[in-house]
Ligand binder design. Structure first.
Ligand SMILES: [Ca+2]
Length: 205
């Protein structure tokens, strides 16, 4: 979303003069010149989340296997991955999720069975129970365009049907599967995370 530039004039020295921004605006002063930082934009260059699969219904310890999942939208008829049980298995997806708009987002899971979701370190969905196909949703989460926040999704299956889906919506985003372009993992995700954790320090990889 483009941010309109404030009206500007030039004085006799050729220096730019602009309307002073209100407190808390994203406009920054650099040196003696009024500059406006470019509003953050979504990059939409994600490739998916890191997925780890476990035998048993606790997604911790050493995984049986790991892979990149471009999105989370699965209906498994049996084992979800080589070496993983057809029943009594669990999964853990992690990485960063990017917002396209400065809006309030809602995240949704559609699961059989147990599910829990963390956004930005807060657990926003908790239905870690045996259940048939169930929708769960988070509270509204305010995000900024281009902002990337940590996401962790955990899931387990015991028997019968096996489904897990991750969706999101915002006022400008019809509810739909979170696309791979807004999910970051691996080196790309770590670079983004490093930039968040170490502001001002450019990732050198
Ligand atoms: Ca089941």
């Amino acid at each position: 979303m483009a941010v309109p530039h404030p009206p500007q004039t030039r004085n006799g020295d050729g220096q730019r003069q602009g309307l002073l921004p209100s407190a808390g605006s994203p406009i920054a002063y650099v040196g003696s010149t009024l500059e406006m930082q470019t509003a953050p934009q979504a990059t939409n260059t994600g490739v998916g989340l890191r997925a780890k699969f476990y035998n048993g219904t606790s997604p911790d310890g050493y995984p049986v296997t790991a892979r990149l999942d471009s999105q989370v939208n699965f209906v498994w008829a049996g084992s979800p991955a080589t070496g993983v049980n057809a029943d009594y298995f669990s999964a853990h997806w992690s990485g960063l999720v990017e917002a396209q708009y400065t809006e309030a987002y809602t995240f949704y899971t559609y699961s059989d069975s147990g599910v829990q979701l963390w956004i930005n370190g807060q657990r926003v969905i908790m239905n870690w129970t045996d259940h048939a196909l169930t929708w769960n949703s988070s509270q509204s989460i305010n995000l900024m365009a281009g902002e990337q926040v940590a996401i962790v999704l955990e899931y387990y299956e015991k028997g019968g049907g096996s489904t897990i889906r991750l969706e999101r919506s915002s006022p400008s985003t019809p509810q739909a599967i979170v696309p791979s372009s807004q999910l970051y993992s691996g080196t790309a995700g770590l670079r983004k995370l490093e930039a968040v954790l170490l502001p001002g320090r450019e990732p050198d990889r």
